[in-house]
Design a binder for this molecule. Structure first.
Ligand SMILES: NC(=O)c1ccc(NCc2cccc(O)c2)nc1
Length: 224
């Protein structure tokens, strides 16, 4: 799977390219990440890619032309790429959407800064607007990294032990509780069932715990 990133801060992506699961997936050629510096598509010698907002207001808006020219360049290499814009106005990134996105061969992630991009980009060039949560951060880059990590984990052979796939939300439930050595610390002991060696009983207990925790903390997930 190929990720193309349109950004003013390409160096930020070294945070996921140099360490951990994503770095290993890149080394194994399961994914590739290509950053595109939007300023390289600027029309002026100052390398600006934003301008004042029509209708006034303090914020700056990212202009159509540099973004459109950059997408065009990417599509020369990846004609089938899906263009995703990270913004607070997007569809919530949940496990269902992560699964869907992991089925694409190529995703182009447009990272907004300032007040975001000119609406005509969203209307004509973006295939899907995605939000990682109901909050504003200083740019789409961190949201793009969250999307890359969550989607890449679902690709075959990215995660070592298949069991690690049993993350939260996979069956629309929160994760069950986890314990490790010692069996007892400060008088706090590990649930007996986990020491029983009876895997069927352990699996049943874990499912019950996941359901209980979901009912208590996230009943909204149960209505999906
Ligand atoms: N919740 C998110 O996925 C998210 C994404 C980006 C972002 N900041 C850049 C930006 C982009 C567009 C409009 C805008 O107002 C701010 N902040 C939060």
């Amino acid at each position: 799977m190929r990720f193309d990133i349109i950004t003013l801060f390409p160096e930020m992506f070294s945070a996921i390219k140099e360490e951990g699961v994503i770095a290993r997936a890149i080394k194994k050629s399961i994914i590739s990440i290509n950053e595109w510096q939007l300023r390289d598509f600027s029309e002026n010698k100052y390398k600006n890619v934003d301008d004042k907002a029509y209708g006034g207001g303090a914020g700056m808006v990212m202009q159509v032309k540099p973004i459109r020219d950059c997408i065009k360049k990417i599509k020369e290499q990846e004609p089938e790429t899906k263009v995703i814009y990270l913004s607070p106005q997007g569809d919530p990134l949940n496990q269902n959407l992560v699964e869907k996105l992991s089925s694409f061969e190529s995703l182009t992630l447009l990272c907004g800064r300032y007040e975001g991009v000119d609406e005509r980009i969203i209307k004509n060039d973006v295939d899907l607007e995605v939000s990682i949560g109901d909050y504003v951060i200083s740019g789409g880059e961190l949201a793009a990294m969250v999307l890359i990590d969550s989607v890449s984990r679902r690709l075959p052979n990215v995660l070592g032990n298949k069991d690690s796939l049993n993350d939260s939300f996979v069956n629309n439930l929160l994760d069950y509780p986890h314990y490790t050595r010692p069996e007892s610390i400060d008088g706090d002991i590990v649930p007996e069932v986990l020491l029983s060696g009876n895997q069927a009983k352990i699996d049943a207990w874990r499912l019950e715990q996941a359901k209980h925790k979901t009912r208590q903390k996230r009943p909204d997930l149960l209505s999906n």
